[in-house]
Design a protein around this ligand. Sequence first.
Ligand code: AMP
Length: 213
Amino acid sequence: MYLVLLGPPGAGKGTQAKRLAEKLALPHISTGDILRQNVKDGTELGKQAKGIMEKGLLVPDELVASMLDRRFNEPDIKKGFILDGYPRNLAQARTLDEVLKRKNIGVDLVVYLDTSDPVVVKRLTGRLVCSKCGANFHTVNMPPKAKGVCDNCQGALYQRSDDNEGTVLKRLQVYKNEVASLIDYYKQAGKLRTLNADLDAQVVLEQIIALTV
Ligand code: AMP
């Protein structure tokens, strides 16, 4: 199953992708996570991406495409994937189709996690991420058992530098400029399913799983 999760920042793509990856035994590929790892490691790509990400803008398509191409060369994607954070515009959707076609595979399903703005802002400005395993928590909706510590692996929790209100609003605007053409593209391909992702994460997860069977 080659599954793409679409939706605004804060729709829960990362949370759902992690759970789905576990449930369906598929790799979770997040372009945001790969970029953040590059920033952390101080790679050339990371250096180019850092400032752009902090402003809430999109990293240039060709940089993300070659990064993803490298990831797709790993053998685990033969089983399928849960793709989170890509594509983010029509050009990226076309690139994705081309890259996969060369490997004789293609996107099976695109789940659009439709989410309202106030929910997004609340989720992101309260989000806490584990520096070790990447698990997400929330200061109000899903606080960790011990302050600042991951329930799963005891890693330190941190707030992403782009999860402040100003950058969140910018990311939402960037997202809205591009999403309509993406939705049209996948609707025309007959691959799009839309879910209300303002609902509880567990409810949304069950609805996504129902779409994959
Ligand atoms: P995310 O973790 O998906 O919210 O992504 C965090 C940031 O990484 C975004 O605000 C962008 O700056 C960058 N990014 C992630 N995925 C992409 C992509 N497909 N194209 C361009 N930039 C991206």
